[in-house]
Design a protein around this ligand. Sequence first.
Ligand code: KG4
Ligand code: ZN
Length: 341
Amino acid sequence: MSQKPIYILAIESSCDDTGAAVLCNNKVLSNVIANQEIHTKYGGVVPELASRAHQQNIVPVVAQALKEASISKNQLSAIAFTQGPGLMGSLLVGVSFAKSMAMGLNIPLLAINHMQAHVLAHFIKHEKSKAPKFPFLCLTISGGHTQIVKLPSYFNFEILGQTTDDAVGEAFDKSAKILGLNYPGGPFIDKYAQLGNPLAFKFPNPKTKNPLDFSFSGLKTAILYFIQKQVKENSSFITQNRDDICASIQYTIINILMTKLKLAVKQTGIKQVAIAGGVSANSGIRKALQQAETDLGWQCFVPKFEYTTDNAAMIGIAGYYAYLQNNFASSNSIAKARMPL
Ligand code: KG4
Ligand code: ZN
């Protein structure tokens, strides 16, 4: 006998993207996202403007997600929302909206950790999906986090290493800012890196006490000083060498990530390796993992492009597994700017 399908409406509002998705079990029926262009002008996310834009976007984004999924709100089994970590003003919009809608429909709530959701995005079912088997390692690389985690099961996250200062996405974005590129600069560095020589310039590889931890603030400073010195000697240095600079920065960052990941594989003996988070869209890390499959016998898992950067479908899949475990949230659950894994 077939089980009744579970329909989950998921809401993501942790930073500057307002997202809503509808899932039927582990399949995505719709995944709508409203990006906030306003921040480009300021070279970074302005929290106050982000929460205002969420308030404007949330109702139309949810309506669009239900429409694209061709289901009515009365068919929903539960509502999943991002509880944290993230910007408090942004989270509050999603949390309050989810609570009110769940209360109006008299259906349960699922409170989701954004970082767990990035990892669980691997379990979204689609035509090309290939989910990792437990236990697996996941390198979570985003604008706010850099972690290597071990997952023995869905909601069991063991942190093996993490950043002690900047996140890897910040390293990309801050380097891009130094080069005068728009925010978020990660995709631009990636684009130009593919045209340049990765060995043209050498940048340092910062040391950490725990060899599986990361540190990117020293690298950022080294890039800043290098560029300032070169520009003093030749004011056209950046325009003349843009592709080589980007290729060298990307090469250094990917090298740092891969060195740590190889060490984690060696320490745990786990060769099932996944990546998650916005930076997993990067072409350099994707190529490096393909290489590791051939050279080191790893089995690597890269999420579908639309599930790498912030999106509500990943909140929905985490919600689906929370639902199966009857892990429902109470109506007085609160947004958490900081939320451990
Ligand atoms: O996961 P995400 O969308 O938001 C956070 O939770 O932080 O990640 C955003 C980060 C930004 O720093 C952005 O520059 C970076 O992901 N990013 C990239 C690429 N695409 C997005 N970094 C490098 N290469 C890319 N192709
Ligand atoms: Zn994220």
